[in-house]
Design a binder for this molecule. Structure first.
Ligand SMILES: CC(C)(COP(=O)(O)OP(=O)(O)OC[C@H]1O[C@@H](n2cnc3c(N)ncnc32)[C@H](O)[C@@H]1OP(=O)(O)O)[C@@H](O)C(=O)NCCC(=O)NCCS
Length: 135
């Protein structure tokens, strides 16, 4: 796992192996904080699955699952759970494509197949879910 400068990770956040947390990215653990209302112990859980990237200055809402190898672009605000390998951009974050394990754009053909141009690893997109093809 790599954690860059000025990252805020709070109770309730779990990051699996090989997660990349870009500089100044922020997690949250309470949706509606108020200074005068104690919500200690009521933290919402957020899980970042293996190999996902959170870009610089991104904000991750709470009660969210970031799927494995998902790619949150710099400055995005993630408000909902994110599928594995999805590339999410903007405020609020919207899906703008798919990324390989290596962090390369995956372009699926009409058969729903794509090859990572860095590793040569094959992927299939079936009913909105990306799978790696074992070779
Ligand atoms: C998304 C990203 C991977 C760049 O991808 P890219 O292939 O160069 O960008 P694209 O060519 O797909 O960009 C398509 C469009 O999205 C815009 N765009 C790119 N990154 C963006 C971002 N983070 N937020 C909003 N828009 C973005 C581009 O300006 C472009 O807009 P245009 O079509 O109007 O010109 C990169 O911007 C990013 O966020 N990487 C994370 C970097 C980071 O946080 N590193 C931390 C370690 S220092």
């Amino acid at each position: 796992m790599k954690v860059q400068n000025n990252v805020s990770v709070y109770s309730g956040v779990t990051c699996e192996d090989d997660v990349f947390l870009g500089p100044s990215c922020v997690f949250t653990n309470i949706k509606n904080p108020r200074s005068a209302v104690s919500r200690r112990g009521k933290y919402e859980r957020t899980i970042v699955r293996k190999g996902a990237t959170i870009g610089a200055n991104a904000t991750v809402g709470c009660g969210i699952e970031i799927g494995k190898y998902a790619f949150i672009c710099a400055g995005a605000v993630v408000t909902k759970s994110v599928p594995a390998y999805a590339r999410m951009m903007g405020v609020p974050a919207r899906q703008t494509g798919w990324m390989s394990r290596c962090g390369r754009k995956l372009v699926f053909d009409e058969k729903g197949e794509a090859v990572c141009d860095e590793s040569g690893l094959k992927y299939v997109l079936k009913e909105g879910t990306v799978y790696e093809v074992e070779q």
